[in-house]
Design a protein around this ligand. Structure first.
Ligand code: ADP
Ligand code: MG
Length: 237
């Protein structure tokens, strides 16, 4: 078990877990497709942020991850970019239905931001992203899901509604992201999260991001992640 703490630009970066992939220094180190590199360039992301340097190679290697870093540190790209690679790696993309990637976030606003970021990086590969949160009629969402998608970005409550309406199944979901897990717990979504996770195959890759790790979130992480690498990026204090 490694537990490495590195200090860079006033940040303390702690990484723990077995056989942890080495951090990358630039996006070129990730082996991304030309299309994905172009999309990254369009965002003017010159170099990866500290959480991205650590998380990208870990997630790209297929490992589960617990990512702890404050707001604004660039967590979204660290799960969206490897998700695109994960989806493109699926052998028979067209055979089954339902999302391959499921991303849960606590609020409509946060889910919408992730949706926009996911779309930017998915477009070049023809990956369809569906938004499943309040503010849109359930019928429109139902239709969008029925039309097919590879990624769903959702708030837990609305995703449960859509599952109940049989708008989607998660039989082929192999990439699950719980973003801002602490806030989802604060908002009382623990039962919905547990229900969603319980419907996704156990051989999935699971990513959990949070600004803090209260005991209840820690307990969930122990239950639903397998052999995760933990990356904590924090101020030196
Ligand atoms: P978090 O989820 O950790 O709060 P976000 O993923 O929302 O952070 O990113 C915060 C901001 O930083 C966004 O505006 C995003 O576009 C930008 N950003 C992300 N990665 C990079 C990067 N490598 N270089 C420059 N800006 C970035
Ligand atoms: Mg975020």
């Amino acid at each position: 078990d490694q537990d490495v703490v590195e200090y860079r630009n006033n940040l303390a970066i702690r990484v723990s877990g077995f056989d942890v992939p080495r951090p990358i220094k630039s996006f070129e180190d990730c082996g991304f497709s030309v299309e994905l590199m172009k999309a990254i360039g369009k965002q003017a992301y010159v170099k990866p942020t500290p959480i991205q340097c650590q998380a990208l190679p870990i997630v790209l290697s297929g490992r589960d991850i617990i990512g702890i870093a404050k707001t604004g540190s660039g967590k979204t790209a660290s799960f969206v970019l490897p998700m695109v690679v994960h989806i493109m790696d699926q052998p028979e993309l067209q055979k089954e239905e339902g999302p391959i990637g499921v991303i849960c976030a606590p609020t409509r606003e946060l889910a919408h931001q992730i949706y926009l970021e996911a779309k930017k990086f998915s477009k070049a590969h023809g990956i369809r992203v569906a938004a499943v949160y309040g503010g849109m009629s359930k019928l429109d969402q139902f239709k969008e899901l029925k039309a097919g998608c590879e990624v769903v970005v959702a708030t837990p409550g609305r995703l449960i509604d859509m599952i109940k309406m049989k708008a989607l199944t998660m039989l082929r979901t192999t990439y699950l992201v719980l973003d801002e897990a602490d806030r989802m717990f604060d908002l009382g979504f623990e039962p919905q999260i547990r229900s969603i996770v319980g419907q996704i195959r156990p051989d999935r890759q699971t990513l959990l991001f949070s600004a803090t790790m209260p005991r209840k979130v820690e307990k969930l992480a122990r239950e639903i992640l397998s052999d995760p690498v933990r990356v904590t990026v924090g101020e030196v204090g």
